[in-house]
Design a protein around this ligand. Structure first.
Ligand code: FES
Ligand code: FES
Length: 215
């Protein structure tokens, strides 16, 4: 018995690089070349910059060396000029106590003290803090001994999920240092930049009151 074979059997795809059909290898080579050209012409942050000068400028974002004291330790970091204090703390120094809630100055989750004053770290440019003293939630306790306001938050059960708590406590410390603790209404007013989505406000005010009284 004989089997009829076709006169010419086409080679498997990619087996013959001289074939006029695109092979797998030529496809990869072409893709790589196109990708390189795109990068060379400046695909920055998802935007294709066709002007080579514009692309070069975007790829060399200005950075600055900044020295500041964080929780008593001198730190020197080189950062992109657009870096916020919050990102400096969280991304560069791995101090993740200050939280990124809104990243727009609306919630207070990122509150830290700069030279003793409360600031929203998400709205503060790191490069403007040369020589500053920064205190974060990580810097409040004295070794194993909690700061009195940290203890008061536990005593008063002043949190649920805890996401806002570092910002609330640092803000509370600032509020007490500023002397805005004459009444629950005054505390509420001066802590109003700190939002608690769990609605623990009554207990937060009690914790600040308790600490202020003991001082
Ligand atoms: Fe800074 Fe909300 S994260 S105010
Ligand atoms: Fe949950 Fe304040 S304890 S947001």
């Amino acid at each position: 018995m004989t089997t009829d074979l076709p006169e010419s059997v086409p080679p498997p795809t990619g087996a013959d690089e001289s074939s006029s059909e695109p092979s797998r290898r030529t496809f990869i080579g072409t893709s790589t070349a196109v990708g390189g050209a795109v990068l060379a012409s400046g695909l920055i942050g998802g935007t294709l910059l066709t002007d080579p000068e514009e692309a070069a400028a975007a790829s060399t974002t200005p950075s600055t060396r900044v020295s500041l004291t964080v929780n008593g330790t001198r730190r020197t970091v080189t950062v992109d000029n657009r870096t916020s204090l919050l990102d400096l703390l969280r991304e560069h120094l791995r101090l993740t106590g200050a939280k990124k809630g809104c990243n727009a100055g609306a919630c207070g989750a990122c509150t830290v003290l700069v030279d003793g004053r409360r600031v929203n770290a998400c709205l503060t440019l790191a490069v403007r803090l040369e020589g500053a003293e920064v205190t974060t939630i990580e810097g409040l306790a004295d070794g194993d001994r909690l700061h009195p306001l940290q203890q008061a938050f536990i005593d008063q059960d002043a949190f649920q999920c805890g996401y806002c708590t570092p910002g609330q406590i640092v803000s509370g410390v600032g509020c007490i240092q500023e002397g805005h603790t004459g009444s629950p209404e005054e505390i509420r007013e001066w802590m109003s930049g700190n939002i608690c989505r769990c609605g623990c406000y009554v207990k937060i005010v009690r914790a600040v009151e308790q600490t202020a009284r003991r001082k």
